[in-house]
Ligand binder design. Structure first.
Ligand code: FES
Length: 143
């Protein structure tokens, strides 16, 4: 019988998932977007590189729970300084997902733990955010 997953300090389960090649994420460039299940429901997440580090969040604005990218994978403002929601202009600090302006108030993005090792980026599923089972289409997913 398989061992149950062990929760980490941030609610991560033990097994990490490969996400993308490290080279895919250029500094303040386009994000890697992928499908996840949050509480068993389809959602999307994104990872981008900022000041050399890879950060990842659920693609869901703290103002209204909707996706934020203005083009697929494009989350940063024209100065490449803030994560900017394309709906009403909420701005977030890319380093920690905290709201820094606009209608997101004291909200923040839901962070996903990622790790870069060698040429590969990995993400850590949690109790709430899980990978989409292999070969299983995400219900309602447009992509
Ligand atoms: S939905 Fe993002 S700012 Fe309103």
């Amino acid at each position: 019988m398989a061992e149950p997953p062990v929760d980490g300090p941030g609610g991560e389960v033990a097994a990490r998932e490969p996400l993308c090649a490290a080279a895919e994420l250029s500094e303040r460039g386009k994000a890697h977007v992928w499908d996840v299940l949050q509480w068993g429901r389809p959602a999307r997440a994104f990872a981008l590189r900022f000041d050399g580090n890879v950060v990842a969040y659920l693609n869901r604005c703290a103002h209204v729970p909707t996706e934020m990218d203005w083009q697929p994978g494009e989350f940063l403002d024209s100065d490449r300084r803030w994560i900017l929601c394309s709906i009403h202009g909420a701005s977030y600090e890319p380093r920690d997902g905290r709201c820094v302006g606009g209608p997101c108030g004291r909200g923040r993005l839901t962070a996903i733990r990622v790790e870069e090792e060698g040429a590969q980026v990995y993400w850590y599923p949690s109790r709430d955010i899980r990978p989409v089972p292999f070969d299983e289409p995400v219900p309602g997913s447009p992509r």
